[in-house]
Design a protein around this ligand. Structure first.
Ligand code: 6XA
Ligand code: ZN
Length: 341
């Protein structure tokens, strides 16, 4: 099985994030991708660099002004004499105007970001673009006839929406892969998000569409990030009504309840009868994950892979979260094993 990986991920090192009231070293580190890469190498996966897919493909999913902002914001930050990480400090909450983008950099940051946990450094744009290209390259490989391909995306993507970033995510890699498959002729595509956190960005991007099904299993947003989306009553809108399925699960969820919810998710995908599948593959459902509260063990990841592979669909697997770095490689490769040649 082919695995797409770019060394450029390492030029994004967020450094610090605001977490539970403290400025702490970020959980989303370059080491994560290096450990997954090592596990792929020792597992015999064929590692490829991403193709030079044109940046115009990003605009199939993201707004042009958002892409321009992400590309230029760090240089602008420096040009204005600021130092350190680019982090927003104010947001257009209820009662404030969100119909106009302030011209100043602080207002622009609050306009495009939805949290303070996603720092932008000098290399962020290059790494985010490389990750998006990894996902679209994996989609291209599957569109060309491979049964499955894996994209080792870092930074991750599923929180990034059409024109907002947050949750360590800048460009939505999984949504770009799904759209790529659509554009290459797949009539319907399903996105299955098994990351611990709800993929609010992917949901927003496909919210009003009936050609892409979004199904997500995740920690209940009553207590878990991203808090403001991911509830069971969100089902899509307009033509997309019924094409979003959220399965929030309580803290402490172990394999029995998780496996049952996964069966529900897979049944919905079978009913949708897609031509291809994109998996937002987070392994922060692992019991030792430092920011999550499910209780899956390493032996459960091959079971997840087998259940998904049993759909028999051409499948693009896109890396999302997972912060228990000692086990991240084992858990990711555990899922991928079911798709290996
Ligand atoms: C804010 C980001 C927490 C969630 C990141 C993640 N502290 N999303 O793993 O899938
Ligand atoms: Zn996550």
């Amino acid at each position: 099985m082919k695995a797409v990986h770019s060394p450029l991920h390492a030029v994004h090192d967020g450094g610090v994030e605001l977490y539970r009231g403290a400025l702490v070293p970020t959980f989303e580190t370059p080491e994560r991708a290096e450990i997954i890469r090592a596990a792929l190498e020792s597992g015999g996966y064929e590692l490829l660099e991403p193709r030079a897919i044109p940046e115009s493909r990003l605009l199939r999913v993201h707004e042009a002004e958002f892409v321009d902002f992400l590309r230029g914001v760090h240089a602008r930050w420096l040009a204005e004499g600021r130092e350190g990480h680019v982090i927003p400090s104010g947001f257009p909450a209820r009662g404030l105007r969100r119909d106009r983008r302030p011209s100043g950099i602080s207002g622009s940051l609050g306009y495009f970001a939805f949290d303070a946990s996603s720092p932008i450094v000098a290399g962020t744009w290059d790494a985010a673009l490389a990750a998006a290209r990894c996902a679209m390259t994996a989609a291209a490989i599957v569109a060309e006839g491979e049964r499955a391909a894996y994209a080792l995306c870092r930074p991750p993507g599923h929180h990034a929406a059409r024109s907002t970033y947050g949750g360590y995510c800048y460009l939505n890699n999984a949504a770009l892969a799904a759209q790529y498959l659509r554009d290459e002729g797949c009539a319907r595509v399903a996105v299955l998000d098994v990351d611990y956190h709800h993929g609010n960005g992917t949901q927003e991007i496909f919210w009003e569409r009936d050609d892409v099904l979004f199904v997500s299993l995740h920690g209940d947003p009553e207590t878990e990030y991203p808090w403001f989306m991911g509830y069971a009553d969100e089902r899509g809108f307009g033509r997309g009504e019924g094409c979003t399925l959220n399965l929030p699960l309580p803290a402490g969820t172990g394999w029995d309840a998780y496996g049952a919810a996964l069966d529900t998710a897979l049944a919905a995908i079978r009913r949708f009868a897609p031509a291809a599948l994109v998996v937002s593959l987070g392994v922060d459902t692992f019991t030792a994950d430092p920011i999550s509260a499910f209780k899956l063990e390493s032996r459960h990841y091959p079971l997840i892979g087998e259940c998904i592979a049993a759909l028999g669909l051409p499948t693009v697997l896109v890396q999302e979260g997972g912060y228990a770095v000692a086990e991240i490689g084992t858990n990711v490769v555990g899922v991928l094993g079911a798709f290996a040649d």
